[in-house]
Design a binder for this molecule. Structure first.
Ligand code: SAM
Length: 233
């Protein structure tokens, strides 16, 4: 089935204010203005019924901190989900997010992100209510808000029309334009000599064939260097 022209993204969070700023600037703002995406940030407390708008509880079995309750999340999903929705839980125990995942998710009509906080989310959410669990790396952040922003930014860049024609044709790291899994070659701008630190001669030569050769060589070198430094760690 073809993706409809406006992607919908809903975010469930206890801290909606955090999204102001990052989502009101630059490419994410432009994507919304062009109606290529409709992003809605929801406060999970909207789906509570008690006076204190309780969204968390102490963990069964003991332990420090609080755990996000399943009920508000269940109710939110019931209201927001449709047949085409993909529900994603941010969790450091999830599959680590990468460019391939971003490319895949950019083809979906509707994504819902659930941001955990405190000690995390009642495991029954993961067991019963979501499609994927995703992490942005092997470290623990305070909440799922920053990971959600990072993922949404990366996904939106893959939606046709979000980037300008020139930006979209760029040979960025991990992009198909550059070649799968390659990292970008170094870029320089004016001045060509800053305190004796010079830009490589070839880039000033005007010889496009030689420049392309140099860029491909540097790209391969950097990719190899990063790969082996990762293997060493
Ligand atoms: N107790 C959890 C653990 O040990 O795995 C960590 C909870 S963390 C303090 C609170 C929330 O932040 C998580 O539920 C998740 O939504 C989000 N979070 C933290 N680190 C993350 C990461 N690396 N990737 C994605 N989400 C993360």
């Amino acid at each position: 089935m073809l993706k409809s022209s406006t992607m919908k993204i809903d975010v469930l969070t206890l801290f909606p204010e955090m999204f102001k700023g990052p989502f009101d600037q630059s490419i994410i703002q432009r994507a919304q203005e062009k109606k290529l995406v409709k992003i809605q940030i929801h406060n999970l407390r909207k789906w509570t019924e008690d006076k204190r708008k309780t969204v968390d509880g102490r963990p069964f079995g003991g332990g420090v901190g609080m755990v996000l309750m399943i009920e508000p999340i269940y109710k939110a999903l019931k209201e927001l989900k449709n047949k085409k929705t993909k529900v994603i839980l941010l969790d450091p125990r999830g599959q680590v997010f990468n460019q391939k995942t971003a490319n895949k998710w950019a083809c979906f009509d509707h994504l819902i992100f659930i941001c955990g906080h405190y000690e995390g989310v009642d495991e029954r959410v993961k067991e019963n209510l979501i499609d994927e669990t995703v992490s942005i790396g092997d470290y623990v952040l305070t909440g799922g808000e920053l990971p959600a922003m990072i993922i949404i930014d990366t996904v939106l860049r893959q939606i046709p029309g979000v980037l300008g024609k020139k930006e979209a044709a760029q040979k960025e790291s991990f992009s198909e334009n550059l070649g799968q899994n390659l990292l970008e070659y170094p870029q320089y701008t004016r001045p060509s000599d800053f305190k004796g630190w010079k830009v490589p001669e070839v880039l000033l030569s005007g010889n496009h064939q030689e420049i392309k050769k140099w860029q491909a060589k540097k790209s391969a070198e950097i990719t190899e260097k990063v790969k082996s430094s990762k293997e060493e760690k």
